[in-house]
Design a protein around this ligand. Structure first.
Ligand code: 5GP
Ligand code: MG
Ligand code: MG
Length: 179
């Protein structure tokens, strides 16, 4: 893998330490509440699996898959639900787990959609945040790392469906994108 990686932004140790910290905060905040953790496929997969193990209260999990109508790299804000929740979230406390918040358009749509279903609360936990690119104002309830406006891969994030399995977050070499 070394031949395609320009530099590692967040190594495994940093990621795991942050995930433990987030898990402890979530454990405290949701103590005694009916918690449903919703992972957004596929990018949240690695973060979700690590985060769940760091939460020390009863919970249930579910997944959603979303697709943006935007062409290429730009997000349009129009979102299609490819896989919906298996259950009603009425009166439940929903915690959405994301890989990265970039423009915020995807999550903005999702939060409105989930709130309209009568959840007791809807919050978000993301491992990465790129606030420089934000196009809609939004509250990030739990954030792992604020990163600069650069395209990153690893720890669930892909480039052309590759590199999701890397246990660290990295920037790829320019020539990888060139083809
Ligand atoms: P947005 O917040 O712009 O609506 O979109 C967020 C989605 O865009 C993420 O869930 C992810 O799929 C994709 N994305 C945004 N920034 C990056 C990045 O740096 N690397 C990768 N691999 N995907 C990104
Ligand atoms: Mg995502
Ligand atoms: Mg992607």
């Amino acid at each position: 893998m070394e031949h395609v990686i320009d530099r590692v932004l967040l190594d495994e140790t940093a990621l795991q330490a942050k995930v433990q910290e987030l898990g402890e905060r979530i454990t405290r905040d949701y103590e005694g509440k009916d918690l449903l953790v919703v992972g957004i496929l596929k990018g949240s997969l690695l973060f979700m699996a690590d985060l769940l193990r760091a939460i020390r209260i009863p919970l249930e999990i579910d997944f959603m898959a979303l697709s943006s109508y935007g062409s290429g790299a730009s997000t349009s804000g129009e979102v299609r639900i490819l896989k919906d929740l298996d259950q009603s979230i009425e009166n439940r406390h929903v915690l959405v787990v994301e890989d990265v918040i970039d423009t915020g358009l995807t999550l903005n749509y999702l939060m409105d959609n989930l709130k309209s279903r009568g959840a007791a609360s809807v919050k978000v936990c993301t491992i990465l945040d790129k606030p420089e690119r934000r196009r809609v104002a939004m509250t990030v309830d739990y954030n792992g790392f604020t990163i600069p406006d650069e395209f990153v891969v690893g720890y669930g994030l892909d480039y052309a469906q590759q590199y999701r399995h890397l246990p660290f977050v990295a920037v790829l070499k320019r020539e990888v994108y060139g083809g």
